[in-house]
Design a protein around this ligand. Structure first.
Ligand code: ARG
Length: 466
């Protein structure tokens, strides 16, 4: 049998009532085949389920069904082996496959489109594609979370400065800091899982917009394709792209989390911080400055967040003025969606790998915490426990810090007699309070930074992941 070859005289499947062919420019402008070939496998799955339903309902014969199944299987094989010829003249993935099917199996191929339109067909394809993409993305986020836990487990006693306003605030463990990202990603997984339910609804049977006069069984098709349910209104079924926008917004939040993490990695590897190093394969050098090691991967993740946000805005804008039901505008949903999925998948893969190669410089983290009077709040809490109102304690500590600053030392390096000048209530037990470790240790409640609490958080996180 011949392969798909060019269509005679530029003749279209739908061109029965047209007097002249479309111009080359219009053909290129309106075709979607250059970017939607990835939908082919879902188009074939959808077509097989549709044909099986048509046969079960006696709308086509079992012989036709057998021909359609055989033909579509062969087309899938040709696509897999790279032998399938995609033709621009055939516009889109649906018509390319249908034409090839008809070449292969004759009239049965022409019967496949009974009780169906490309409008419900494309909505089905995109939903199946997005469902599979969401499943893959959830697995990749979980792999990243697992890499976070592996690193966190080693650092429940590693002290670093916790920041507010990027000023040293209070000591936290590196593990505790990392676990904040675990929480963000947990919400990302929950959001995607929720979004998946609305993605996983079957539009098939809506046909062009109004439904069909054939005695179809929508539930049967939905069940065959693993959908959770069916779109309840035929107009909505063919025009709804909310599920893509919803996914785009989940994706924007995921990238926002990775962009924040990237910003931190970039700061941490800069020599001014020196908290961590990244494996060389994630960095590049400078063509002029031999000493440089640039964190290109985190920088690009931060940069690519812009495209994902842009894709979301493009999708929202695409929908905002469309009257019901299907409009060709909808074809523009694919490139932003595919770009978002591809960027997200690459980002998650690269990040998980990068995390496994993080080396921690304990001394640099600890010294940074020491430099910022990170235990000042602990001194205030100590005085409050001795009966001083918190506001008064706050003032005593502010003066003590000022004194230590002038002397150029940490609070823990002041003598007891020096400390007592600021409050007679300070006693020798203060020195346990002023250490970074002591400060962490005492934040011993759910969600706090004490090593015991962070170990518990890691344990719970492992359970959630499994
Ligand atoms: N390529 C089209 C899309 O992506 C397929 C549906 C075409 N439907 C139509 N009535 N022209 O939306």
């Amino acid at each position: 049998m011949e392969k798909n070859t060019s269509v005679e005289n530029n003749k279209k499947t739908w061109s029965g009532r047209f007097n002249e062919p479309v111009s080359q420019l219009v053909q290129r402008y309106t075709a979607s085949i250059s970017f939607e070939q990835r939908l082919a496998e879902y188009d074939i799955q959808g077509s097989i389920a549709h044909a099986q339903m048509l046969s079960a309902q006696d709308i086509i014969s079992t012989a036709d069904l057998a021909d359609i199944e055989r033909g579509l299987q062969q087309i899938q094989n040709e696509i897999n082996s790279g032998d399938f010829v995609w033709l621009l003249e055939l516009e889109d993935v649906h018509l390319n496959i249908e034409k090839r099917l008809t070449d292969l199996v004759g009239d049965a191929g022409k019967r496949l489109h009974t009780a169906r339109s490309r409008n419900d067909q494309v909505a089905t394809d995109v939903r199946l594609y997005l469902r599979a993409s969401i499943d893959e993305i959830i697995n990749l986020i979980k792999a990243m979370q697992s890499a976070i836990l592996d690193l966190a487990e080693k650092h429940t006693n590693t002290v670093m400065p916790g920041f507010t306003h990027l000023q040293v605030a209070q000591p936290v463990s590196f593990a505790h800091h990392l676990m904040a990202y675990f929480e963000m990603m947990k919400r990302d997984v929950e959001r995607l899982t929720d979004c998946r339910q609305r993605v996983n609804q079957s539009p098939l049977g809506a046909a062009a917009l109004a439904g069909t006069s054939y005695p179809i069984d929508r539930e049967l098709v939905a069940q065959k394709l693993g959908f959770d349910g069916i779109c309840r209104n035929s107009l909505d079924a063919v025009s709804d792209r909310d599920f893509i926008i919803e996914f785009g917004s989940c994706a924007a939040l995921i990238m926002t989390h990775f962009s924040r993490l990237s910003e931190e990695l970039i700061l941490w590897i800069s020599p001014a911080f020196g908290f961590i190093t990244l494996a060389d394969r994630f960095c590049t050098g400078s063509s002029i400055m031999p000493q440089k090691k640039n964190p290109d991967v985190p920088e690009l993740v931060r940069g690519k967040t812009g495209r994902i946000n842009g894709n979301l805005v493009a999708l929202l804008t695409l929908m905002k003025s469309q009257p019901l039901a299907y409009n060709k505008d909808n074809q523009e949903d694919k490139e932003p969606l595919f770009d978002t999925v591809d960027t997200l998948i690459d980002t998650l893969r690269i990040y998980t790998d990068m995390f496994a190669g993080i080396q921690v410089n304990h001394d640099a983290m600890r010294n940074a915490a020491m430099r910022g009077y990170a235990t000042a709040t602990d001194l205030a809490d100590y005085l409050t426990q001795k009966g001083l109102p918190f506001r008064d304690a706050h003032e005593v500590v502010a003066k003590t810090v000022q004194f230590a600053e002038q002397k150029g030392v940490d609070l823990s390096a002041l003598d007891l007699s020096e400390l007592q000048k600021f409050s007679a209530q300070i006693e020798a037990d203060i020195f346990a309070v002023l250490t970074l470790e002591g400060s962490m240790e005492r934040r011993n409640h759910l969600g706090g930074t004490s090593p015991a609490q962070v170990k518990f958080a890691i344990e719970q996180a492992r359970q959630w992941l499994s």
